[in-house]
Design a protein around this ligand. Structure first.
Ligand SMILES: Cc1cc2nc3c(=O)[nH]c(=O)nc-3n(C[C@H](O)[C@H](O)[C@H](O)COP(=O)(O)OP(=O)(O)OC[C@H]3O[C@@H](n4cnc5c(N)ncnc54)[C@H](O)[C@@H]3O)c2cc1C
Ligand code: SF4
Length: 485
C-alpha cells in the first residue's frame, strides 16, 4: 500500500484542459472593489488597533476540560429515536461521541465525529446549532438548557487536531482520476472521500487560497484564516489530492476538457455574485455588496479595513448579520439593518438576531431601498426607502436615512456560465439539477453538490452533499454496472 502523504501530486500540464486554460484571460477586480481602492487613501481607522482585535475575538470560546466533562455527563445518551441526530444533516452519532468525552476519550469521540463528518471541527464552530442538533435536544423538553453539542464537538475535534494524527488511511490507488471544480466545503469533503478510497483528485479553484466561503465568507469571529488552513492541512494528509489554486475560472469550454481528461467531474462551485438591487446610485463609491466587504475583513489586517461611520446594511440573512456586526466591531458609530419585510420573516436565526442587537445594530422593518443618493463628493450620502407597510394599504410613502456606507446582502445568484454547459439541466432558480440518489447531473459523469445545487444552505449541508456525491462517484468508478445512471 502506498504511504499517504499531505504532499501535492504532480501536475498534469499536458492535458487538453491545461492547454485551454493557458489561453484564457485572468479574472479582473470587481468594479465596486476598484472604486473602494480609489477612496481608501482618505480613510483612517475608527478604533485603535488593539480594540478592533479584541472586538473580533471568538464569540464562542472553547470549553475547558472540567466544563466539557460536566456538560458531557449531563447528556441522557438517548438510545432510541435520538432527536439531536435528526437535527444533524451529517448524522453524527452524537450520544456516542458525548459518552466517549464523558469517559475521558476525546480523541475517540473525534473519530466518531469525523467518520460521519470530515469537517467536524469547522462545523463545531459555524453550525447554527440552535436550529439544528441542539434545537432537538431532549433537555429542551424538560426546560433545561440543551447539551452544548457544538462546543463538545469542538472540544473533541480540537484534541484530535492537536495530536496531528489523521485517523484514516488511503486505500491502494485505483488509477482513476476525478476533477472537482471548487474548493469549498462541498468540494474538499468530496475530494477527501474519493482520495480515501484510492482515487486521485485534482481540485480546480479560481481563488487565491482554497476553502471557499469557509475562508472568505464566514464571520471572522467564528473562524479565522489560520484555523481554515490548519484544518485543510490536517485533512489533506490523506494524500492523493492536488489543489490548483488561482486558476482561471472553469467555464463551459474548460469543463468539457475536464470531462475528456478525467474519469468523473464534480461541480462544487457554490454561488456567484450578490443579487443586484437595480436601483439608481447602486454603484457609486461606498455602495458595495456584503461579500466584497466581508472578504476584506477576512483577508486584510482588521484595522486597515475601510468602514463608514453610519452604515446601512440591506437584508436579513446571516450574511446581513455578519456584515452589520463586523462593521460595528470595526468601529462604525451606527449600523442600521433594513429589511423589506417584518421581524417574523427574517432568515437569520434568533441567535444571530440577538448578536446583532447586542452589538448595537438597529433594525428598520418593511423598508425597500429605491435609490442610493450621492453627496457632493460623489460618495454615498443617504438611502431612499419605500415604506412597504404603507404600500400594502395602497399608499406610496418614502423616507431617507443618512449614511456614508451602504452594504447590500441580498443573496447570491447562481453562476451564469452553467446555463451554457451542453445538456446540463438547471432548476428555474439557476441551480444545478441532480439525481437525488446519485448526485449526478443530467450530463453523464458530471456530478454536483453544495450551494450550487441546493442554493444557499449551511456548511454542514455542503459537507454532507459532497460526501454523498463522492460515494456515488466511487460507486460509478468501481462498480459501473451497478450505478444508477
Ligand atoms: C457571508 C456568509 C456567511 C456564512 N456563514 C455561515 C455560518 O456561519 N455557518 C454556516 O454553516 N454556513 C454559513 N454560510 C454558508 C456556507 O458558507 C455555504 O453554505 C458553504 O460554504 C457552501 O459550500 P460550497 O462548497 O457549496 O461553496 P463555496 O464555499 O461557495 O465554495 C465554492 C468554491 O468554488 C470556487 N469556484 C466558483 N466558481 C469557480 C469556477 N468557475 N472555477 C473554479 N473555482 C470556482 C469558489 O472560488 C469557491 O472557492 C455563510 C455564507 C455566507 C455567504
Ligand atoms: S455537525 Fe453541526 S449540526 Fe451536526 S452535530 Fe455537529 S454541530 Fe450539530
Amino acid at each position: 500500500m502506498s504511504k499517504p502523504t499531505g504532499k501535492l501530486m504532480s501536475n498534469n500540464d499536458n492535458t487538453a484542459f491545461e492547454r485551454l486554460r493557458n489561453q484564457m484571460p485572468r479574472e479582473a477586480m470587481s468594479e465596486s472593489d476598484a472604486k473602494q481602492e480609489d477612496l481608501t487613501p482618505n480613510w483612517s481607522p475608527r478604533l485603535p488597533e488593539e480594540r478592533i482585535a479584541k472586538n473580533f475575538e471568538e464569540i464562542k470560546p472553547p470549553l475547558s476540560n472540567v466544563e466539557a466533562m460536566f456538560e458531557a455527563q449531563r447528556c441522557f445518551y438517548c438510545e432510541y429515536d435520538v432527536p439531536c441526530m435528526r437535527g444533524c444533516p451529517t448524522q453524527i452519532d452524537i450520544p456516542r461521541f458525548i459518552k466517549q468525552i464523558s469517559e475521558g476519550e476525546p480523541i475517540e469521540a473525534a473519530k466518531t465525529i469525523l467518520n460521519a463528518n470530515i469537517f467536524g471541527a469547522v462545523c463545531a464552530r459555524v453550525c447554527p446549532v440552535e436550529k439544528l442538533c441542539e434545537s432537538l435536544c431532549i433537555c429542551n423538553t424538560i426546560h433545561e438548557k440543551p447539551i452544548p453539542i457544538g462546543k463538545l464537538q469542538r472540544f473533541a475535534t480540537d484534541s484530535l487536531m492537536r495530536s496531528g494524527e489523521l485517523p484514516f488511511k488511503r486505500e491502494e490507488p485505483t488509477g482513476k482520476r476525478v476533477a472537482i471544480v471548487g474548493s469549498g466545503p462541498a468540494g474538499v469533503a468530496a475530494a477527501f472521500e474519493l482520495a480515501r478510497r484510492g482515487h486521485d483528485v485534482v481540485i480546480f479553484e479560481k481563488d487565491k487560497l482554497a476553502g471557499g466561503l469557509d475562508r472568505y465568507g464566514i464571520a471572522e469571529y467564528k473562524i479565522g484564516d489560520r484555523f481554515v488552513q490548519e484544518e485543510m492541512n490536517f485533512l489533506l494528509q490523506i494524500g492523493g489530492v492536488e489543489i490548483k489554486t488561482e486558476r482561471e475560472p472553469i467555464n463551459e469550454n474548460s469543463l468539457a476538457m475536464l470531462r475528456e481528461d478525467y474519469d468523473a467531474v464534480m461541480l462544487a462551485v457554490g454561488l456567484g455574485m450578490t443579487r443586484r438591487l437595480d436601483v439608481k446610485g447602486e454603484d457609486i463609491p461606498w455602495s458595495m455588496d456584503a461579500l466584497s466587504f466581508i472578504r476584506r475583513v477576512k483577508t486584510q489586517p482588521l484595522h486597515t479595513i475601510p468602514v463608514g461611520n453610519k452604515v446601512i446594511v440591506i437584508g436579513a440573512g446571516n450574511t446581513a448579520i455578519d456584515a452589520a456586526t463586523q462593521a460595528k466591531r470595526l468601529g462604525a458609530e451606527s449600523v442600521i439593518i433594513a429589511y423589506r419585510r417584518g421581524r417574523e420573516n427574517v432568515k437569520c436565526t434568533d441567535h444571530e438576531y440577538d448578536i446583532s442587537v447586542a452589538d448595537g445594530c438597529q433594525w428598520v422593518w418593511n423598508a425597500s431601498p429605491v435609490e442610493v443618493i450621492p453627496g457632493e463628493d460623489g460618495r454615498v450620502k443617504a438611502v431612499k426607502f419605500r415604506n412597504n407597510k404603507a404600500k400594502e394599504n395602497g399608499e406610496e410613502e418614502f423616507f431617507e436615512l443618512p449614511c456614508d456606507h451602504f452594504v447590500k446582502a441580498t443573496g447570491q445568484v447562481p453562476y451564469e456560465w452553467l446555463t451554457k454547459v451542453e445538456g446540463l439541466k438547471l432548476y428555474p432558480n439557476g441551480t444545478v439539477r441532480v439525481d437525488p440518489m446519485t448526485w449526478q447531473t443530467s450530463v453523464k459523469g458530471l456530478f454536483a453538490a453544495g450551494d450550487c445545487v441546493k442554493n444557499a444552505k449551511e456548511v454542514v449541508n455542503a459537507v454532507y452533499e459532497g460526501k454523498r456525491a463522492a460515494l456515488s462517484i466511487d460507486g460509478m468508478l468501481t462498480h459501473p454496472a451497478g450505478h444508477t445512471l
